[in-house]
Design a protein around this ligand. Structure first.
Ligand SMILES: [Zn+2]
Ligand SMILES: [Zn+2]
Length: 115
C-alpha cells in the first residue's frame, strides 16, 4: 500500500519511481510511463465502451485519479471526488458497475493494464 505524502514526494502512479520534474509530478507519471499510458490509450481495445466513457477514462488517468492497488485492481476517485471505487477491467463497485453496467472506471483500468 503506497500512502505517499504528496507535499514532499511524488511517485509515479505506474511504476512507483520517485518523480522530480514538475511536469511529471503534475501528470502523476514519469516521462516513459506517461508515454506508455498515452500509447495504450490509443491502442487498447475499448470498442465495447461508449466514446464518452473512453474520454472519461482518459480524463481520469490524466487527472491521476485512478491508482493501482494490487494485481488488476485500481482505486478510482468518483467524479465528485467524494468516493473511491475499486475498479477492475471487468467489474467495478461504483453505482453503475454494481448494476452490471460497463463504466468508465473499467475502461480506465483496462487502459492502465495495457500500458
Ligand atoms: Zn513510472
Ligand atoms: Zn465504475
Amino acid at each position: 500500500m503506497a500512502t505517499s505524502k504528496n507535499t514532499e514526494q511524488a511517485h509515479c502512479l505506474r511504476c512507483g519511481r520517485r518523480l522530480f520534474s514538475t511536469s511529471s509530478i503534475a501528470s502523476g507519471y514519469g516521462r516513459s510511463c506517461r508515454a506508455k499510458v498515452n500509447a495504450a490509450s490509443t491502442a487498447a481495445d475499448l470498442t465495447d465502451f461508449k466514446p464518452a466513457q473512453v474520454d472519461s477514462a482518459r480524463e481520469l488517468i490524466e487527472d491521476g485519479a485512478i491508482v493501482p492497488l494490487r494485481g488488476q485492481v485500481f482505486a478510482a476517485v468518483s467524479s465528485d471526488g467524494n468516493e473511491t471505487y475499486l475498479s477492475h477491467p471487468t467489474n467495478c463497485n461504483c453505482p453503475g458497475g454494481l448494476k452490471g453496467r460497463r463504466c468508465y472506471h473499467q475502461a480506465a483500468a483496462r487502459l492502465l493494464i495495457a500500458a
